[in-house]
Design a protein around this ligand. Structure first.
Ligand code: NAP
Length: 238
């Protein structure tokens, strides 16, 4: 349980998309400082947000960011990338997967490793990991991305258990299509990033370890233990 008012937050990828929505919502709720961990600090132009250079794929960059932001009480692991492949067994899969895992899995690991001691020193605090409905279902063209989000879900679960001892809440956020640059090519219903940021931060304040941010993802999770689990026959997209 962490009150957002007077918290000090660090949001990776806060220059656009869901990360930007988190930064704005944190300020609106009275966070006393919001750091944006971004590849290019010039892309951060929100008054009240402190830009810190960060490439999540680089452990040294994550460690340097944690040294600069040693007052953080809330970490949001939001930065992520997606790339489609022509088919699950396409020759390009391995290279695409390595690139995506560098960001979506190892990026979360590097940043969490760097900030866990900071959170411990500041009373425990909280970590929010942005996951996906693709942690639980996939399609051939989405295989590398979905695998990275399944792996990040597993990492979230292990991190949660480990950091309970230092009083850190670890929250996984699962959501389907969001209205951001990442899904620009998809003509499908999309959730507003501000809605997800609001649900997640409500959950941090209430001590919730998992957020299911939309109806479709709720149905996906509910189906997992049934004979018709959604990953066996996922719905067509669009
Ligand atoms: N969009 C969706 O439908 C959807 C659904 C479920 C989950 N998600 C997840 O939500 C999160 C945010 O995605 P989004 O939709 O907001 O995507 P987005 O609009 O494409 O933004 C991605 C953000 O991640 C940053 N980033 C990428 N690689 C980075 C790196 N190596 N180091 C630091 N920052 C890096 C980008 O920075 P640059 O500006 O420098 O590129 C950008 O700020 C991701 O984890 C994504 O997987 C998205």
């Amino acid at each position: 349980m962490l009150p957002i008012k007077n918290s000090i937050a660090f949001v990776t990828g806060a220059n656009r998309g869901l990360g930007l929505a988190f930064a704005k919502e944190l300020l609106r709720r009275g966070a006393s400082k919001v750091y944006a961990g971004v590849r290019n600090p010039d892309t951060v132009d929100i008054p009240g947000v402190v830009a810190i250079r960060l490439d999540v794929t680089d452990p040294a960059s994550a460690a340097a960011a944690a040294r600069q932001a040693s007052d953080v009480t809330l970490l949001v692991n939001n930065a992520g990338i997606a790339q489609l492949v022509p088919a699950a067994l396409d020759p390009s899969h391995a290279d695409v997967a390595r690139r995506i895992f560098d960001t979506n899995y190892f990026g979360v690991l590097h940043v969490t490793q760097a900030f866990a001691p900071v959170l411990a020193a500041n009373g425990g605090g909280a970590i929010v990991n942005i996951l996906s409905d693709a942690s639980w279902l996939t399609y051939p063209f989405l295989a590398p991305y979905a695998a990275s989000k399944s792996a990040a879900w597993s990492l979230t679960n292990a991190t949660r258990m480990e950091l309970r001892a230092q009083g850190t809440l670890v929250q996984g956020v699962h959501v389907g299509f969001l209205d951001t640059d990442m899904t620009a090519g998809f003509d499908v219903p999309k959730t507003a990033p501000a809605t997800v940021a609001g649900l997640s931060l409500d959950g941090v304040e209430a001590g919730k370890e998992e957020i299911i941010a939309d109806e479709g993802t709720l149905r996906t999770k509910a189906s997992l233990s049934g004979a018709d689990a959604v990953y066996l026959n996922p719905p067509a997209i669009g």
